[in-house]
Design a protein around this ligand. Sequence first.
Ligand SMILES: [Zn+2]
Length: 403
Amino acid sequence: MFRPMHAEKGRGSPANAKPLQAARTWLGEQGAAILDEQIEVARVPAPPFQENVRAELIAGKLASFGMDAVFDEIGNLLAWFPTGSCAHERSPVIVATHVDTVFGPEIPIEIRAIGERWVGPGITDNARGLAVALAVLRALIGAGVEPQRPILFAFTVGEEGSGDLRGVKHLLRGGSAPRAASAFIAVDGSGLRRIIHNALGSLRFRVTVEGPGGHSWTDWGRANPAVAIGEFIHRISELNLPREPRTTLTVARLGGGTSINAIPVEAWLELDLRSVSDETLHSTEQRIREALAASLAAERERGQGTLSVEWQLIGQRPAGSLPASHPLVQAADEATRILGEEPEHAVSSTDANVPLALGIPAIAVGAGGTAGDTHTLNEWFEDSDGASGALRLLAILASVAGF
Ligand SMILES: [Zn+2]
């Protein structure tokens, strides 16, 4: 299913041995600088669909060390290393770091030190990833590394929540140069051990039922959308979801009605369906639709008047899985062990979902440090291992881009 990613001939060649060592040495001393840049980036808000101010900051930084990065049509910032490399000829390696945060424009972004920790929205996710990607790119340029495959540093929009991976979906659209990638590495959040090579897929739906409505006394007996939704919830809560592949279904939000003395005209709910298997996602969707049809039929039977239903897909993240034996996972395992850490294989939903579903070998890795309370106002980061996250990324790149 996955395209081959042959180990490059000449990997670790004498020509690159010195530059690689120089890059390592320089990068190893950048722990404090990476943290400073992480804090600087985190202080610039990047709400969903409004990532541009933070992306401009990153573009300025790239320009300051000679990278002419460009914005694509939807706001991804792209920097090719080496500059001007021809990606079509040699399938590139992509390093993707998302620029957006989960926090809307109404949230004040305040980043402060509390003891050993840095606290504030987005300090880790993904200011850490962005700072580490920038540091690694600086190291490659400074040391004059010449990779066998071009490396695309993609600073992506729309990874979180309602962004629905729109940045990476656009980046890897049919016919684009990045679509020919031989490997894709998402750098997201903190940590030194986790290697995500199983993408958790999701489908999100909004279901709206509409009916005639009416007075709760004089019109009683008319079909009630809220009752239909209630029955629907009952039916889907009884669905037997597989444990293997693990699949979950959550009734996440619901509402409807206008007043205490009226039969609702409308009732709605939102569902979050997740699975590590795309096939199971879609077969479960089918079962949910059947449950909805049965619930509507039951309420139409009970009450008078017509009920109509609207089914909206409001989110879609494809699932996918790269075997642990794949050279990309192996390279990440090895890079993790070099740092004295034991690799942990994991499942998550990241920018890597999209390439995995397209058959492009992909992983997501953390960018070092220790963190918690991600996606909350109290998100925190502790610089527990300096430049290790950056060194791990450099080692993975040396292996898969060939230098
Ligand atoms: Zn993230």
